[in-house]
Design a protein around this ligand. Structure first.
Ligand SMILES: Nc1ncnc2c1ncn2[C@@H]1O[C@H](COP(=O)(O)OP(=O)(O)OP(=O)(O)O)[C@@H](O)[C@H]1O
Ligand SMILES: [Mg+2]
Length: 407
């Protein structure tokens, strides 16, 4: 029978001859049988051999059958136990059932009776197992749903907070600019503490920039309504990202390059968001590299998917952090340097574009982030929005170089 074939039985009895004879009979019925001569060895054996059913003598020297069963029930709850009792020891059997045994049989044992019992116990243990699996699955699903809900409400909250903060930020920034203008006027040139005022204004502007980065990330995560799709070339996108990252890269002494890709491909996606993701990844790569480090971008495509890899020669991500890097606000950067939102927002964007993101990292060697997005086609809903990205990138770079240089 096919069920018999899969049944794993552990026989526990201190009488060698009896145990071996019984084992042979069960094996002939195509059961997988292991043996143990006492309670302790039985518990050891179960660790290596997760039996579905344990057939065990009650009277054994050392730890008896009832004690051993208590340990089995505690450590291997899916395993069922059938007790073998002496001829006139019905009380032992009843005590066993009370303590959780599947059933008991009196010695001498009829093979057919034992086989039937084992089969029934096996069915029960499988049922247990399935219930446990189902509970595990349900728990995982509930966790996932709770996380999704938490993220959704975090998104709404984040967008609200970002909007609220952006307005006063704009006012602070404008006022700081105005003060800077005043300071530059001739009448103020000789003003006492002129330098200190200038420095303080510089600090205000730098902090406003940083706060703006956080709000922009948050809005990128939650604030944008629908994606704006258009056709782009992978090659153009990657070149544009490299151009945009040039300022940060040269300040850090890191080279950002495109690996040779003979076949560029067109895809239909939201270039703004995809670009935001790639810039986040490249920026992380640069930050992870010391001077002389290298960040390289490559891409590939199949009929349905476009993949882009961002690879760096940086310090890598320790295993314990790998599970956390996509959490909001998780950062290992010094206080005030990182928002810890880059990857969280990026993963969200990629998921919304119907794609996925994977990471592989080796401490001391470097990290590879791989983004996959569906290539889709022009028939997808969206607005065609033709902007000259190279010009836009140059403009942003000019603006960045013109600024205070704070990153
Ligand atoms: N390429 C990488 N190499 C090594 N560590 C990385 C890399 N990318 C991300 N990390 C780790 O993941 C953390 C989270 O990254 P994430 O982009 O979300 O935030 P951040 O970079 O710390 O802050 P921000 O993006 O605002 O600058 C980083 O602080 C870093 O520890
Ligand atoms: Mg980052």
């Amino acid at each position: 029978m096919s069920t018999e074939k899969a049944v794993k039985v552990l026989l526990v009895d201190d009488e060698d001859a009896f145990r071996q004879a019984l084992a042979k009979r069960l094996e002939r019925r195509r059961m997988e049988v292991f043996q143990a001569a006492d309670g302790n060895s039985a518990l050891e054996a179960l660790k290596a051999f997760p039996a579905n059913v344990v057939v065990m003598d009650v009277k054994m020297p050392g730890m008896d059958g009832l004690e051993t069963m208590a340990c089995i029930k505690r450590d291997f709850p899916d395993t069922e136990v059938i007790l073998l009792t002496g001829h006139a020891a019905v009380e032992d059997g009843i005590a066993g059932i009370r303590a959780g045994a599947f059933d008991y049989l009196q010695k001498p044992v009829e093979t057919e009776d034992l086989l039937n019992k084992i089969r029934q116990a096996y069915d029960k243990s499988r049922h247990h197992h399935d219930l446990a699996k189902e509970a595990e699955l349900r728990e995982a699903l509930e966790k996932q749903m709770a996380t999704a809900e938490r993220l959704a409400s975090l998104g709404t909250l984040a967008a609200g907070v970002a909007h609220e903060i952006n307005n006063p930020l704009a006012i602070i920034s404008e006022a700081a600019g105005y003060l800077q203008l005043l300071l530059e006027k001739d009448e103020c040139k000789e003003m006492p503490f002129h330098d200190r005022f200038e420095k303080a204004i510089g600090k205000i502007e730098k902090s406003v920039k940083r706060a703006r980065r956080t709000t922009m990330q948050l809005l990128g995560f939650a604030g944008q309504p629908d994606a704006v799709y258009r056709e782009i070339e992978l090659d153009d996108l990657v070149e544009e990202v490299i151009l945009l990252a040039a300022g940060q890269a040269s300040a850090a002494g890191v080279t950002v390059v495109k690996e040779k890709n003979p076949n560029s491909a067109a895809l239909w996606t939201d270039p703004h968001r995809l670009r935001q993701v790639l810039i986040n990844l490249v920026s992380n790569g640069i930050a992870a590299c010391g001077r002389g480090g290298r960040v390289s971008l490559s891409f590939d495509s199949s009929n349905d998917w476009a993949t882009i890899q961002v690879k760096d020669t940086g310090h890598g991500i320790p295993k314990e952090n790998l599970e956390r890097i996509f959490e909001p606000f998780f950062t290992t950067k010094p206080p005030g340097k990182g928002t810890g939102l880059g990857l969280f927002v990026s993963l969200d964007i990629i998921k919304r574009l119907g794609g996925d993101m994977q990471v592989k990292s080796k401490v001391g060697k470097g990290t590879i982030f791989q983004v996959s997005v569906p290539r889709l086609s022009k028939t997808c809903p969206g607005v065609c929005n033709d902007i000259d990205w190279r010009e836009k990138a140059r403009e942003l770079e000019r603006r960045d170089n013109h600024g205070t240089g704070a990153h």
